[in-house]
Ligand binder design. Structure first.
Ligand code: FPP
Length: 254
């Protein structure tokens, strides 16, 4: 058995996180260190997307969410934005067989209407084609921001109150969870951020209240199946207490 399969088997022996979110950071620095244009880092990063998605599927995740383009990324130099949009289009066209062959449901969250038509069209087509797949949900966060998402959710709830469909007193955690773009996904168990930075950068603010965080020093283009399995193994050593004491948890488990 190869080393990756061995690591993935170790992951499967323990409780596998249902939902992992990844902040795929460090593409630009990876390229700059090699004297390459930043876009080459993003291109190599899309190979990591393919490898990590395969690994996530093999270990049995229910949901994988990738932070591919933030609301704030629109302010990057126009040629980098255009290059990233081209890469996304390429990915959506080239990965169709991979996604369908692995029973993956492709999902997307964010202000999707801001995406250019040449990205939105293949995205909508693959979302529709894969809608009944039950293997794993792969969510691309595109033109996504956690604050933007919460504003959108607050507005949606306010509109229901204004129309008389909802009472203010009925706005509780479940109502807000139902109003955010991830309403059909399980809570996020683990957030991985690559390339040594240790911040959330407006990613899944509501959904990460009780997430564990694993920060890897590896830049995203070098973060592959091995590094993913190692991050999940690291997560599996954590004790998640959800506000309780360790003693309470041990009593509940016996
Ligand atoms: C952060 O690295 C990464 C991004 C802003 C884009 C992520 C995009 C991809 C991995 C490729 C396309 C995605 C898919 C789903 C095919 P950075 O540029 O901020 O790196 P830096 O901090 O080193 O500059």
């Amino acid at each position: 058995m190869d080393a990756i399969a061995e690591l993935e088997n170790r992951v499967k022996e323990r409780e596998v996180p249902k939902h992992v979110g990844i902040i795929m950071d460090g593409n630009g620095r990876w390229a700059e260190l090699r004297g390459l244009p930043r876009l080459e880092g993003h291109r190599e990063g899309s190979n990591s997307v393919r490898e990590v998605t395969r690994s996530a599927r093999r270990v049995g995740l229910e949901a994988l969410t990738l932070y591919a383009f933030s609301s704030q990324n629109w302010s990057r130099p126009p040629d980098e934005v255009a290059g990233l949009m081209e890469l996304l289009r390429e990915y959506l066209l080239k990965e169709r067989d991979e996604i369908m062959g692995n029973a993956i449901r492709l999902n997307a969250i964010g202000e999707l209407d801001k995406l250019p038509r040449y990205v939105k069209e293949p995205l909508d087509a693959l979302r529709a084609e894969s809608a009944t797949n039950t293997g794993m949900v792969l969510t691309l966060a595109l033109s996504y921001g956690g604050r933007e998402e919460l504003v959108h959710a607050a507005r949606a709830l306010a509109e229901r109150v204004a129309s008389g469909a909802l009472k203010p007193a009925d706005i509780d955690e479940a109502a807000l969870t139902g109003a955010v773009w991830t309403h059909d996904l399980p809570p996020v168990d683990l957030v991985i951020r690559t390339s040594g930075e240790q911040r959330l950068s407006n990613f899944l603010l509501w959904q990460t209240a009780y997430s564990e965080f694993v920060f890897s020093p590896i830049a995203w283009p070098d973060f592959r199946a091995r590094e993913f399995a190692e991050a999940v193994l690291h997560f599996q050593t954590r004790e998640r207490r959800f506000g309780l004491t360790g003693a309470q948890l041990r009593r509940a488990g016996t």
